[in-house]
Design a protein around this ligand. Structure first.
Ligand SMILES: Nc1nc2c(c(=O)[nH]1)N[C@H]1C(S)=C(S)[C@@H](COP(=O)(O)OP(=O)(O)OC[C@H]3O[C@@H](n4cnc5c(=O)[nH]c(N)nc54)[C@H](O)[C@@H]3O)O[C@H]1N2
Ligand SMILES: Nc1nc2c(c(=O)[nH]1)N[C@H]1C(S)=C(S)[C@@H](COP(=O)(O)OP(=O)(O)OC[C@H]3O[C@@H](n4cnc5c(=O)[nH]c(N)nc54)[C@H](O)[C@@H]3O)O[C@H]1N2
Ligand SMILES: [Mo]
Length: 677
């Protein structure tokens, strides 16, 4: 009998899987045919989870560094040795330098409440640096909040089959959100056209009825031109705006400057396409926009996204359950998790016995400026814990990140279930369980389903959950706060049974455990912004009018580089699997448009150096009109060892931040190109 479990990886789909285990090995992974959003298929990546689970490089025992940092040479130790030594070191650092010398870096390697979020409480209890989680969704989050208030809730993807016209804007769901596709196809069967707005031709562009190959970072100009047409042609729902919006007049005035012709010049599109997009969206009953975080990874990305997500408010599309916009469903999950993440430690005036040192000037590490936190902070970070993340590859200015991780005066502890690049820099590498080996509670950012997994396998080797490690350290430090020691089940009970939001009414822990997966108790029909927003005044905010900030190139750096996700990878989680690397072409490539290739005298297959203000990488070139003139594309955050020069793509990404949200600008990097002999 296969086990029914939920995939907790960093993806909007949050699939329900059927996992067959025989003699301690995963022999088959499939999508649950009975789950309404998984619909019987798992993605090309997680189908291969068995290979990832049993990968020969997976760390199975606590390991102490036994070679220079970065080389990945370790010697096996016992858990007691590891925990005693780490706790001793931590005490010494806290005594000598205080909590502000200790930092955490973690993200969504697993999205569980226990393994993902609860370790934060430990760090707050010792007064460590805070972490500004900006690596992915903070620009989009701030944009959404400005327009619609806190607690992001968009259109339920399960309703999208009823949309009359769909725009997939700055997102590539055929690779990054594949379980949306059945609903898109349903809408298409019902007569909806699907358009895609994206700077390059990816799988979604081929799936769409029309691909608008927009210049990177120019979406606000397109959105304003669409808005102008909507106003001019009477396609605006004034009833909705009068009752449920504010700031519309200033937005209208800003939009008036954007004729389709002017927008076409900036975006590189045809004026007729701009006009047709506006008319189709304005006349659709209803229009729906799936927006992705992709377009926010630009210098003006937050305001670009904000301009786009205001369009369904202009047309009143929100009044229909199939209309509106979807960035994330995460705000629907109103768990009682403050205590679990130790938020109160930040507000406490005095510490408890143990190592809590309240510090009014708590320093915050911005994930997107991790390189500087490691190499420029004074006083420096002396002790670092990394879990659920691989920042040596995935954060900007990765060469500098690696230089920071190589510092002899930095003591690094990494909790991992793979031998990641970051793990290779650890002073202590602690073997972590996988989602099949630990229980956890999962929310989602692309569906309204809530999940519980029991562990279905014994941990491999001596692997342990993150929460176990931090509880053991807390014990050794003499910390007393009970939440540091709660079991996964106790924590889930508090998060669910202590919540009082109507979406969680009737969702008890017992019920969730029995069902495995439960849909939130959403109002029916669910049209989250049919009557305004979660803003203080209850109105959708059009102001201040979004700014149009277009990424620029210079004579020194004449190209814009984008590095969007690869179809067969998920961040760096699947990078260890040769088969998936092979499916991506075996090594990372850079794509160049034929017009540029002719001018540069370059052809497919040659190697080139790409250089930015941050660094340089060597890549194999492919000439293809899937990109556009002036724009280079490298798909996937490949592991460094797959590249001819051993440098990850983020060696090129500078520590530039977005207009709002302090987020990295991954898809708007200025670069130049030269042949590599
Ligand atoms: N297969 C696979 N799936 C994944 C991931 C993965 O690595 N691989 N990663 C997961 C994670 S962590 C996340 S956050 C999501 C991300 O998924 P998305 O929200 O879809 O965001 P991105 O993939 O960053 O970018 C999506 C698209 O935005 C386009 N884009 C870039 N700049 C612009 C612009 O200025 N304007 C417009 N209109 N488009 C632009 C890119 O070309 C890309 O095709 O996917 C998740 N799913
Ligand atoms: N150039 C460029 N860079 C990017 C992006 C881009 O589009 N372009 N995308 C950005 C985005 S959207 C994101 S979200 C980040 C993702 O970047 P990171 O947050 O660094 O995530 P991953 O690289 O996927 O690494 C997750 C790690 O968690 C580990 N892990 C998984 N499950 C568990 C567990 O249960 N316990 C423990 N201890 N570890 C576990 C995995 O083995 C893996 O090494 O990358 C960002 N970087
Ligand atoms: Mo992400």
């Amino acid at each position: 009998m296969p086990h029914r479990v939920t995939c907790p990886l960093d993806c909007p789909d949050r699939c329900r899987l059927l996992v067959t285990v025989e003699e301690g090995r995963v022999v088959r992974v499939a999508g649950d045919p009975d789950h309404p959003t998984t619909r019987g298929f798992a993605c090309v990546k997680t189908n291969r989870w068995g290979e990832r689970q049993h990968h020969p490089d997976r760390p199975l025992y606590p390991m102490r560094r036994a070679g220079p940092k970065g080389t990945g040479r370790f010697e096996r130790a016992s858990w007691d040795e590891a925990l005693d030594e780490i706790a001793e070191r931590l005490k010494r650092v806290l005594d000598a330098h205080g909590g502000q010398a200790v930092a955490r870096y973690h993200y969504a390697g697993t999205t569980g409440l226990n393994e993902g979020r609860r370790p934060v409480a430990f760090f707050r209890a010792i007064g460590a640096c805070e972490l500004d989680e900006t690596i992915c969704a903070s620009a989009g989050g701030e944009a959404w909040e400005m327009a619609y208030g806190p607690h992001k809730t968009g259109t339920d993807p399960e309703n999208v089959g009823g949309a009359g016209f769909i725009v997939l804007w700055g997102t590539n769901p055929l690779s990054t959100n594949t379980h949306l596709v059945p609903f898109l196809k349903e809408a298409r069967r019902n007569g909806a056209e699907i358009w895609h707005v994206d700077p390059y031709e990816n799988r979604t562009a081929r799936f769409a009825d029309r691909h608008l190959k927009i210049r990177p970072g120019t979406d606000a100009a397109l959105a304003y031109a669409v808005a102008r047409v909507l106003f001019e042609e009477g396609l605006v729902d004034w009833g909705y705006l009068n009752d449920h919006a504010e700031g519309v007049e200033a937005f209208r005035a800003a939009a008036a400057a954007w004729t389709p012709e002017r927008a076409a010049e900036v975006t590189g599109l045809e004026p007729a396409d701009v006009l047709e997009l506006a008319r189709r969206f304005g006349r659709a009953r209803p229009g729906f926009v799936r927006v992705g975080y992709g377009m926010t990874r630009q210098p003006g990305g937050a305001d670009a996204l904000r301009a786009v997500i205001l369009l369904p408010a202009l047309t009143g599309a929100w009044k229909h359950p199939a209309g509106g916009a979807l960035l994330s469903t995460s705000g629907g999950f109103r768990l009682a998790s403050e205590r679990l993440e130790g938020e109160y430690w930040l507000r406490r005036a005095s510490g408890q016995a143990g190592y809590f040192r309240p510090d009014p000037g708590v320093r915050t590490v911005n994930q997107s400026e991790f390189a500087s936190a490691l190499t420029r902070w004074d006083p420096p970070i002396r002790m670092l814990f990394v879990f659920n993340a691989n920042p040596a590859v995935s954060t900007p200015d990765s060469a500098r990140v690696r230089a920071g991780l190589a510092r002899e005066d930095l003591f690094t502890v990494v909790l991992e279930n793979a031998l990641s690049e970051t793990a290779r820099y650890a002073d202590w590498l602690l073997p972590a369980t996988t989602f099949l080996e630990h229980p956890d509670l999962y929310t989602s950012y692309g569906t309204y389903w809530l999940h519980w997994n029991d562990a279905v396998m014994e941990p491999a080797g001596e692997a342990r959950p993150n929460t176990w490690v931090f509880a053991e350290l807390a014990r050794r430090l003499g910390l007393e706060a009970p939440e540091l020691y709660w079991s996964a089940e106790e924590a889930a009970r508090i998060a669910l049974d202590g919540a009082d939001h109507p979406y969680l009414a009737n969702v008890s822990f017992e019920k969730l455990r029995a069902a495995g997966s439960l849909k939130l108790n959403l109002p029916r029909p669910f049209a989250p912004h049919a009557e305004g927003a979660n803003t203080p005044g209850g109105r959708v905010r059009f102001g201040p009018p979004p700014a149009v900030v277009v990424p620029e190139t210079t004579d020194a750096f004449p190209y814009l580089l984008m590095t969007p996700p690869a179809h067969h990878f998920l961040g760096t989680i699947y990078a260890p699997l040769e088969r998936l690397r092979a499916a991506e072409g075996g090594e990372p490539e850079v794509w160049l448009h034929p017009d540029d290739a002719a001018r540069e005298g370059l052809s497919s297959g040659v190697y080139v150096w790409l250089e930015s203000e941050a660094g340089r990488v060597k890549r194999r070139l492919r000439v293809t009109d899937r990109t556009q003139p002036g724009v280079l594309v490298m798909e996937g955050t490949w592991p460094a060892d797959a590249a001819p020069d051993g440098e990850p793509a983020n060696a090129l990404t500078p520590e530039r931040l977005t207009d709002r949200g302090r987020q990295a600008v991954f898809h708007g990097v200025q670069v130049r190109l030269r042949p590599a002999g």
